[in-house]
Design a protein. Structure first.
Length: 479
């Protein structure tokens, strides 16, 4: 069947694109377009087919009444060299509600055509073998990308970078399988020790695959974190400037500020772009020892937020935290926040305007171990905020920007929980194989076969229709 949909957002704009894909796409061309009235003689056009991949200016008409609906540009993509691998016709029309709805309702009169479901064009591209599942996911991520690094990662995967890596992985595993199958198939022709050697080779190859999978991929959460946004928790005692920091970040011109659903009164979230990295910032209730039940609940949630974050910023009030000790002035961490401090915690020493001589942040005695993880600022005057933002963005880049890696392994392989799941399954089977002690080659080979199959599921040898339905449903109509 042929399907059609508006592929651009509905609303007033210069151009709207209506896509028609399927065997009857040419019916829409002959039924709904004709040479632009001011140009050629309409009768000379009757039999002509469109020249594929060339835009033509044509009138868009109703298929039965031949009423002119709009004039626009029409382009025909001939199967199989189209996005869906089917014949595709695109009508580029004026984007106004009445124009769009007249064209869409006219299309309903073309025999064999029906409206497309969400993601149906992409699904046809998948079923036609043009895209594998990681490319479909990449395309979806590209449409949803909000920051530069999300865009780069999605574009690479839409272009098949992950597919290629997973395919290579799978063929490495299949090579291990080939060695085992050789034992089964050719053992009569073997010399003493040949079998043992093939088995050992297969095992040691499997072990190195496990190592690469674990170290390079499974233990590298950057792809998933980048895709969903780096979770940054702001915490600290009450009244130190946490909300002021959030407001400051929200007002910066360069930041994308969107409401994150599920916002509660005691944890306020905001998503923004720091140097191309997507960051979801959560402001939490002030931490202190409280007797009030409601406040304690808030503090509990604040602690959960901090524990669930990828990185955290502990805000302290510099005048409160800077204490005199026999050895001179020192920054002291209040006991209420100390338990939440981890190696991923950075410090913002606020209200610098309230101290006469701010501490030396370049590793001076007062700041001690905090030195390279702390910035002194004043959110009131803005002092130090530029340095802080620059420094903190650099910290995020070091942790999450894959394009800064020197080793050439650019795009993170795992970008979706689904990938992680199948990789883990593959590793489990390879482990089962490498810990084989008795030499039942058939059973051993089955583990390796299952490992290859798990990798295959990432790219699309899927036996679960639900996964497909879910994936394509997440697309909008017209994609
Ligand atoms: P939170 O309770 O940690 O969220 O703190 P708020 O952001 O609500 O700020 C608490 C108080 O400190 C407010 O009255 C702010 O105006 C004030 N404040 C915030 N930043 C600064 C600063 O840099 N200097 C001074 N003097 N006051 C500040
Ligand atoms: Zn606050």
């Amino acid at each position: 069947r042929t399907v059609y949909a508006l592929s651009t957002p509905l609303g007033k704009a210069g151009v709207a694109v209506v896509r028609i894909s399927g065997p009857d796409a040419l019916q829409a061309w002959s039924g709904m377009t004709r040479p632009a009235t001011r140009r050629a003689d309409p009768t000379s056009d009757r039999q002509r087919e469109p020249t594929p991949w060339r835009m033509e200016r044509r009138d868009i008409v109703h298929p039965t009444t031949k009423d002119k609906l709009d004039d626009g540009l029409v382009v025909f993509f001939k199967a199989p060299s189209s996005f869906t691998t089917e014949d595709v016709l695109e009508l580029h029309i004026h984007s106004g509600r009445a124009v769009i709805s007249s064209v869409l309702s006219a299309l309903a009169h073309i025999p064999g055509c029906r409206p497309a479901e969400p993601g149906e064009f992409t699904r046809r591209a998948f079923e036609g073998g043009r895209l594998d599942l990681t490319q479909v996911e990449g395309l979806k991520d590209l449409i949803n990308a909000e920051t530069e690094l999300q865009r780069r990662m999605a574009l690479q995967n839409a272009g098949g970078a992950a597919k290629q890596e997973f395919d290579e992985l799978r063929s490495d595993i299949l090579e291990c399988l080939v060695l085992l199958e050789a034992i089964v198939d050719f053992s009569e022709e073997f010399h003493e020790g040949d079998e043992e050697k093939l088995f050992q080779d297969s095992m040691s190859n499997s072990s190195s695959i496990i190592r690469v999978l674990t170290i390079d991929h499974l233990n590298n959460p950057r792809g998933e974190i980048l895709r969903s946004g780096i979770r940054l928790a702001i915490f600290g005692p009450p009244n130190v400037g946490k909300s002021s920091l959030l407001n400051y970040l929200a007002k910066r011109e360069a930041s994308i500020v969107t409401d994150v659903p599920g916002t509660t009164r005691d944890v306020v979230e905001l998503s923004l772009d720091l140097g191309g990295l997507p960051v979801i910032v959560a402001d939490t209730a002030g931490l202190r020892k409280a007797d009030d039940l409601v406040e304690n609940i808030g503090i509990g949630r604040a602690q959960d937020t901090v524990k669930g974050s990828n990185i955290s910023l502990c805000v302290l009030s510099l005048p409160d935290a800077l204490v005199q000790t026999p050895e001179g002035p020192r920054i002291q961490i209040p006991p209420s926040v100390a338990p939440l401090i981890t190696p991923s915690t950075y410090f913002l020493l606020n209200k610098m305007d309230m101290v006469k001589s701010p501490p030396d942040m370049s590793g001076g005695e007062e700041v001690g171990a905090l030195g390279n993880r702390a910035w002194a600022v004043s959110l009131r005057t803005g002092d130090g905020m530029g340095t802080f933002l620059e420094g903190f963005t650099e910290v995020l880049r070091e942790r999450y920007d894959f394009s800064q890696d020197q080793d050439g392994s650019t795009v993170p392989l795992i970008t979706h929980a689904r990938h992680r799941h199948h990789l883990q399954t593959a590793i489990d089977h390879l482990h089962a194989f490498t810990s084989f002690r008795d030499k039942y080659v058939d059973i051993a080979a089955e583990e390796v076969r299952q490992a290859a199959k798990a990798i295959g599921k990432v790219t699309g040898a899927i036996d679960n229709e639900d996964v497909l339905d879910q994936l394509f449903r997440d697309f909008c109509i017209g994609k």
